[in-house]
Ligand binder design. Structure first.
Ligand code: NAD
Ligand code: ZN
Length: 355
């Protein structure tokens, strides 16, 4: 897997080079561009594509979880046919995780698979979603249920594109950055502690180093376990608890990264309760989540244990009647606790968040 290319204001400069270095020159390029990212990304994208001199098309697209659907997948694929895209065309996803997931899945399926590349424009995309080759759309029955593993030829992360990112989206990205630090990077944890608070949510050298370090964690793990048979499960830290809370609260009250932050609280609480982690480490993690401006309490009345247990039991990553949960042990180290009962995990959420 290619290591993502990171930089500040690098699209116009690095994209042409990355395209020229592809082993097969594409016959044409189709870029799926998130409309909200277009304000910062369209000009550098267009000028880079012009420099390369290949036929290209930019498809503006409004990303949303409801539009991350099979209906849109078909519409975009049909646009590709009408634009004359062939087996040697290259797809580029430019946007947050929704757009790169969609572009990647279209590429995985179009004419039985064409090459693609990702230009993430959210912190979450740079640190997490654009990396690792998982692509998917949602079904009415649940998120990301229809997808494929399809690695992008390259990932180009230009932190300058984050300058229009809304505050809440910064929080979502930071939730995943803290997660990566807890899984495998004591240095990133220290960086999160030492970085000036205002710089945590601002496009610049600090966000560049945070996003790059988190992306490295994900790359290392995915390289060891591309198809999620073992160690890749670690990336699920905070997510078993987080997904249940996210579904219970709804996206308006709890965005994904905010729910992950609460999930990290719960996982930390459980690790201390089981004698696996020290309270000193837990306090450190709670302070980092706080400086990132992430929530430490559920918005409103916590759903009942029965309701949370039902939601945890629906977890996509469960095995039979039980769920594996990832617990943080010390800075940069976690362990996989297999065979947890959903009800016990729901009770843990109550212990961690009820106060
Ligand atoms: N494939 C994976 O491994 C993986 C991993 C994690 C998450 N995901 C997926 O990623 C999605 C979440 O990603 P996300 O948080 O990036 O969401 P997103 O794509 O919805 O982007 C968040 C919001 O920010 C807007 N936006 C994007 N870039 C912007 C910019 N530069 N300036 C202003 N606004 C901008 C988007 O239009 C959207 O409204 C989920 O669908 C999730 O399932 C995938
Ligand atoms: Zn996540």
């Amino acid at each position: 897997m290619q290591t993502p290319v990171f930089g500040l204001k690098v699209v116009a400069d690095k994209l042409p080079r990355l395209l020229r270095r592809l082993e097969t020159t594409p016959t044409s390029i189709v870029a799926l561009l998130d409309r909200h990212a277009a304000q910062v990304a369209e000009d550098p994208l267009r000028s880079a594509l012009k420099q390369v001199g290949l036929p290209f098309h930019i498809l503006p697209w409004t990303a949303s979880e409801t539009r991350k659907s099979t209906v849109e997948l078909e519409k975009i694929s049909r646009r590709l046919v009408r634009l004359g895209a062939d087996r040697h065309s290259l797809m580029i996803g430019v946007g947050g995780g929704i757009s790169t997931d969609m572009a990647g899945l279209v590429a995985a399926m179009y004419m039985r698979g064409i090459a693609w590349a990702a230009i993430p424009t959210t912190l979450l995309g740079m640190a997490d979603a654009a990396i690792g080759g998982k692509t998917a759309v949602n079904l009415p029955e649940g998120k990301n249920l229809l997808g494929a593993f399809h690695l992008p030829k390259f990932v180009l992360a230009d932190v300058a594109l984050l300058r229009t990112l809304p505050a809440r989206e910064w929080g979502c990205g930071l939730g995943e950055v803290v997660k990566s630090a807890m899984i495998a990077s004591p240095a990133l944890l220290r960086n999160l502690e030492q970085c000036p608070r205002v710089s945590l949510r601002r496009s610049g050298k600090h966000s560049l180093s945070l996003a790059r370090a988190a992306a490295r964690v994900k790359c290392r793990i995915v390289e060891q376990d591309p198809l999620e048979g073992g160690v890749r499960k670690l990336l699920n830290l905070g997510h078993t608890f987080g997904h249940a809370l996210e579904t219970a609260a709804g996206p308006r009250r709890l965005a994904h990264g905010e729910a992950v932050a609460l999930g990290l609280h719960c996982a930390m609480h459980m690790a201390v309760a089981e004698g696996l982690a020290s309270t000193t480490y837990a306090q450190r993690v709670f302070q980092i989540l706080d400086r990132c401006g992430l929530p430490n309490a559920y918005p409103g009345k916590l759903p009942s244990v029965a309701e949370l247990s039902r939601l945890i039991a629906r977890d996509k990553k469960k095995t039979g009647a039980t769920v594996d949960v990832i617990l943080p042990v010390r800075a940069g180290h976690c362990r996989i606790e297999v065979g947890q009962r959903p009800r016990d995990l729901a009770e843990m959420i109550h212990q961690a968040l009820a106060s």
